[in-house]
Design a protein around this ligand. Structure first.
Ligand code: NAD
Length: 494
């Protein structure tokens, strides 16, 4: 058996194992074999990481580093990340089963997030206020919050690091990142770039471990001022309860069941490509997966035919191979969840247009076929259940009013897609659909410049976009009495 690779945590500027030597194994979903060992942080390790971050925030050189210098550190980190994108992308691919060509490209593009937030570091401003009192100058400064605890899932390690670390550090905070127990390797490897970029010890700390105790310890720690969480809604409920311990500010980026609406005047080939990118890209393991397709009746057969024809040709297999178009699911838990929900949808009357099972020709690996299910009604359970896999539920609609009713009949509110050539309808439907991100005649595009996030069970707060940086600051209001007269008697009202 090949020797397992080992990754270490970054605490207070040092690369370390868990203090009790504890580890867990990370499994390569393409082979179903363990390929790496990961430190399982103890409560003491988490405490040490938070205290190091707190010290760096209050006492270390970081506290007096100018915003311009913070921006330079972040831009340098972006450059180093781009130089290391091949290696980091490869590690993420082996660890998660995501296609290497995608993870390598993503790792290189993520550099843009550090450049963007680095550029914003010295553009965070307060206001002077036209106050309603004589002889007073009043203004606000935006100050960093302190220690940020960032807790992330397994599906996009480097991307999630960028959207949390970028604004947090640009604003002057320090951070403790907690990797997912299902895939930590790329994030721990990324830790090696922190020192090279010049950050002082303790400014960035990266720990790995289970949700319990590591995630709980981190998010209840009294020295944590802000929690930035990405993951599932059930864990998010724990996070909110955890924040009752330390009154940390909380933002939540959660799941979705995003609708894609295709109207009869759409370019159907383009729509089919958008739908396929939305649901089969990253094997559907994406929070913005366009997993609910609504197609207007008159073009339904043609569009479903187009998607099914492409789904049949999708090359499933080794995520490291260039010809692969869809890799495996990341965990056995994911496989069990998807198989159970698909079986139940069929029991409820859903018709399998394509897929619905593991590919028979691949005996090893967590592979699942690209799956298209035509559902009998909006009430079919799968229509509002996040699967986080390559499964598209399809329903037909008569008109705009009906499709908006269906699209908005959800507990989620993350993303939505609209395919139509009618300009007025593009604006009308984009306005009416309940989603934080709306893509018109396109799907699954992101940028550091564009806010990202949802509402309802899709979370609260926004990541990316210039405003994200303000979520990592608080205003301080300063009142200056400009009168040369002494203060008057406080017991005389006027
Ligand atoms: P998860 O909620 O199970 O785990 C996320 C993280 O929370 C992990 O690091 C885990 O260790 C930690 N955790 C678990 N219990 C905890 C506790 N009690 N206290 C503190 N931390 C705890 O999520 P997952 O299954 O790994 O990821 C899939 C979910 O993430 C999906 O719902 C998906 O839609 C969502 N997601 C959302 C976005 C977005 O930006 N909106 C992006 C990617 C993934």
């Amino acid at each position: 058996m090949a020797e397992l690779e080992h990754f270490q945590m970054l605490i207070d500027g040092e690369y370390v194992d868990a203090s009790d030597g504890g580890t867990f194994e990370s499994v390569n979903p393409a082979t179903e074999a363990a390929w790496a060992t990961i430190p399982a942080a103890t409560a003491d390790d988490v405490d040490r990481a938070v205290k190091a971050a707190h010290r760096a925030f209050t006492e270390g050189p970081w506290a007096s580093t100018t915003p311009t210098q913070r921006g330079k550190y972040l831009r340098k980190l972006g450059d180093i990340l781009a130089e290391n994108s091949e290696k980091l992308g490869l590690i993420e691919s082996v660890d998660t089963g995501k296609m290497a060509k995608e993870t390598k490209w993503q790792a290189a593009y993520i550099a843009e997030f550090f450049h963007f937030f680095g550029g914003l570091a010295d553009k965070i401003t307060g206001h002077t206020l036209p106050i309603d009192k004589p002889d007073m100058d009043v203004f606000t400064n935006r100050e960093p919050l302190g220690v940020v605890a960032a807790v992330v899932p397994w599906n996009s390690q480097l991307f999630l690091v960028a959207v949390k670390l970028g604004p947090a550090l640009a604003a002057g905070n320090t951070i403790v990142l907690k990797a997912s127990e299902h895939a930590s390797a790329a994030m721990l490897e990324f830790g090696k770039l922190i020192e090279e970029a010049g950050f002082p010890p303790g400014v960035v700390n990266i720990v790995s471990g289970l949700g319990e105790p590591c995630g709980r310890m981190l998010t209840t720690h009294p020295q944590v001022a802000r929690i930035s969480f990405t993951g599932g809604p059930e864990t998010a409920r724990h996070i909110i309860r955890n924040s009752a311990e330390n009154f940390a500010e909380v933002s939540l980026e959660l799941g979705g069941k995003s609708p894609v609406m295709v109207f009869e005047d759409a370019d159907l080939e383009s729509a089919a490509n958008g739908i396929i990118a939305g649901i089969f890209g990253a094997t559907g393991q994406s929070c913005v997966a366009g997993s609910r397709l609504y197609v207007q009746e008159s073009v339904a057969d043609e569009l479903i035919g187009l998607i099914a024809a492409t789904a049949k040709t999708i090359v499933i297999g080794d995520p490291l191979a260039d010809e692969t178009q869809m890799g495996p699911l990341a965990t056995t838990g994911q496989m069990a969840h998807i198989e159970k929900e698909v079986a139940y949808a069929i029991e409820q009357g859903a018709k399998v247009v394509h897929g619905g099972k593991r590919p028979e020709y691949l005996s090893t690996g967590l592979y699942y076929e690209p799956t298209i299910l035509e559902c009998p009604s909006q009430d079919t359970k799968i229509v509002d259940t996040e699967l986080f896999g390559p499964v598209l539920s399809v329903l037909r609609f008569k008109d705009e009013e009906e499709v908006l009713r269906y699209a908005n009949d959800t507990k989620y509110g993350l993303a939505a897609g609209i395919f139509t050539r009618d300009g007025a309808r593009q604006h009308r439907v984009a306005k009416a659909v309940r989603a934080g991100i709306v893509w018109v005649n396109t799907y699954r595009v992101v940028s550091p410049i564009a806010p990202f996030g949802g509402f309802g069970e899709s979370g609260m707060g926004r990541e990316s976009g210039a405003d994200a940086i303000y979520d990592y600051t608080r205003p301080k209001t300063v009142w200056i009495n400009t009168s040369s007269e002494p203060m008057s008697n406080p017991f005389v009202m006027r």
